[in-house]
Design a protein around this ligand. Structure first.
Ligand SMILES: [Zn+2]
Ligand SMILES: [Zn+2]
Length: 254
């Protein structure tokens, strides 16, 4: 059984006590380690604060109205969307979760917060009793290379790596490439977001996704424009199904 260990901000097997003090020490030098929520020392997010985030026990549709449709993927209205369905672990409006995503994605870029965010997804899948189908592939939503260099990492890839280890699922981190340096999505309406992202992804040469079940990983699902555009690229290349997985969902933003 996997547990979130707030002492080193990692996931670890309950039986095998794996610690990586070297990594922890290095992070301490770069940035003082305090819980982003309560200030407790030596962790970026302590166990108590993490447990205040509620993982959702429901699967909701891609569309505006939150609809509890466990196991069905999506409603009739969303039939034409390229995304097959979505797994969002928790409501973004939870203060600690919002803070966690911000500190992960924006300066000071606390990369280790990928662990609690990925663990939230694992808890969501456990609540739904959902298992990754064999032969499914985890694919992080890519960043434009310049943006990834600025941040030092791709936040979606950090989460996907952890999920791939936890679920023993194949990780395909460089298969999808962002070829357009699009304007920031924040502040744009739904249609503007879609237009902004058109033709901004492509498959890396030589990568084949024909017949595959792909799970796209990202931190937050807002209008879904980014994931939909990725799904379109993958479906056009022959992917059988393309599902979305995010740690948070921003409701009421479309
Ligand atoms: Zn705390
Ligand atoms: Zn729907």
């Amino acid at each position: 059984m996997l547990l979130y260990n707030s002492n080193n901000n990692k996931l670890q097997n309950k039986k095998k006590q794996k610690f990586s003090p070297a990594i922890g020490f290095f992070a301490d030098l770069l940035f003082p380690k305090n819980c982003i929520s309560c200030g407790k020392e030596k962790t970026f997010l302590c166990q108590d604060c993490f447990s205040l985030i509620d993982p959702s026990p429901y699967q909701y549709c891609l569309c505006a109205k939150p609809q509890r449709i466990i196991g069905k993927g999506k409603c009739g209205r969303c039939r034409d969307r390229h995304l097959s369905g979505l797994y969002s672990a928790a409501d973004f409006e939870q203060k600690i979760l919002k803070n966690c995503v911000h500190k992960f994605k924006y300066s000071p870029y606390l990369k280790d917060l990928a662990y609690p965010l990925a663990y939230l997804i694992i808890l969501h899948f456990e609540a739904l009793k959902k298992k990754m189908p064999l032969s499914s592939v985890l694919m992080p939503v890519p960043l434009f290379p310049k943006k990834e260099r600025e941040r030092g990492f791709n936040q979606s890839e950090e989460m996907a790596k952890i999920l791939s280890q936890a679920w023993q699922a194949e990780l395909a981190p460089d298969s999808l490439i962002k070829i357009k340096n699009t304007a920031a999505q924040a502040g744009l309406g739904k249609e503007e977001r879609e237009k902004n992202l058109q033709n901004s992804f492509r498959l890396k040469n030589g990568v084949t996704v024909k017949g595959k079940i792909i799970y796209l990983v990202d931190d937050v699902y807002t209008t879904g424009a980014t994931m939909e555009e990725c799904a379109k690229t993958l479906k056009e290349a022959g992917a059988a199904q393309v599902w979305g997985i995010t740690a948070a969902r921003e409701f009421g933003k479309w």
